[in-house]
Design a binder for this molecule. Sequence first.
Ligand code: ADP
Ligand code: MG
Length: 487
Amino acid sequence: MLLSSVSDMMEWGLRGAPAAPRAALSWRLLSLAVFLALWSLAGGLVELTRPFNPLFLPAPWVVIGSLVELARKGQLWIHVAATLERVAVGFTAGAVLALALGLLAGQVRAVRNVVEPVVELLRPIPPLAMLPLFIVWIGIGEGSKVGFITYATFFPMFLTTVHGVAQIDGRLLRAAQSLGARPRDLFLSDQRRSQLLPGATDARRRPAARPTRLWRQRARARAGASRAALAASAMKIHVRGLSRTFVAAGRETPALLDVDVDIAEHEFVCLLGPSGCGKSTLLNIVAGFLRPSAGEVLVDGRAVTGPGADRGVVFQEYVLFPWLTVTGNVEFGLRLKGAGGAERRAIVARYLELVGLAAHAEKYPVQLSGGMKQRVAIARALANSPEIILMDEPFGALDAQTREVLQDELSRIQRVEHKTVLFVTHSIREAVYLADRVVVMTSAPGRIKQVFTLKLPELRDRFAPEFTQYESEITRVVKEEVAKVHE
Ligand code: ADP
Ligand code: MG
């Protein structure tokens, strides 16, 4: 799914909306026509003035004449077939080698350290200069030609692969992983995946007969988790003794220190605290993007070991897949699960309706405003039916008005969807508007300072006296911590 549309991805990533296909085609044909005209002109001039033997710059009609002649004698197809075979074999061998080594070197530094010096040593030698050597080594037959093509294919492809892997936006990978993508999904198109992985095809054919992955996970969680742990509470998320230290430039910075929080099923918890106190770190550990230095996070009694489709993530910077339409983004996780076309359409329609974007289904992310992008990100997370939604300052980049509109929408959506939500924000007002409980963290290293359980109606009034009461109470507590940052 990702690699099959690399050229679309480049188009969107680099230049925004491509021209309409028909207009693009006309430009491409025009370019060829101009080239042919210039070639004819040059060929004609050489024919007339003969500065050198016209054999070295034959005009297009001379080339076409020879082609027709060869075709009539029946030799053309033999030559074409031989060349194609040579190129196909040589290119495939070079490409397989370069992709395999490039993907590995792009991800594993140790491999890069071993492979790169040799590549850098050989790369500046023009492949053509190696041709005589290939002939000496392998002989003048097909072997040396194929070997030469393999050699010439390898270097540019290896370098672009390493470069490409290094250029992949880590946030897009995180977004894909939190929608259920595993590493192998990143390299297979939908079609290939359903051909190669029988599980996906089965799920598509018999959606009802097969328990979903999530259901199986939950069943396993119930079987695997100790009875005592489950009986102890109906908590969905347990954060226990969580600490995280970052090492940067040889210095250790503790970001989180011994954090304990429990979040109940269907509960909306807001995490507040001064900038840099470890809110994102905590959320990223729950999402499975980061490992804790100590302690653990349990979801349904099972330790989190990595990202998964059971925990949908909404990032501050939207992180939509730029090469997919709104619909393509929203159905991303459903496609990975192998949901059928009709099912996907129904779910996408439902969630686009819920976030008020039904009229924009075929637009691309570059064509949307910030508020619309974040609505797509929310719809994408919800459409994948995770039980938990993790949001890291999702409205932080929006203007004040849009922000309030989206808060209203999220509050309405939560009244319908009843997800377990962990929501990071630095806006106290936003927290009091949305949360069932507000967890205030201390300045770095982040610990839990105080937890507020909001006794407010589900549908909140930002101007009600109880609302402002909570707002000022929480503000006082947060301010103590913000002051410490500036001391
Ligand atoms: P918040 O989201 O509350 O603003 P963060 O969780 O992003 O804070 O960061 C907490 C602390 O950890 C900060 O001091 C930050 O500099 C540090 N930190 C976060 N991520 C990294 C990282 N990848 N490497 C080194 N330090 C980091
Ligand atoms: Mg943050």
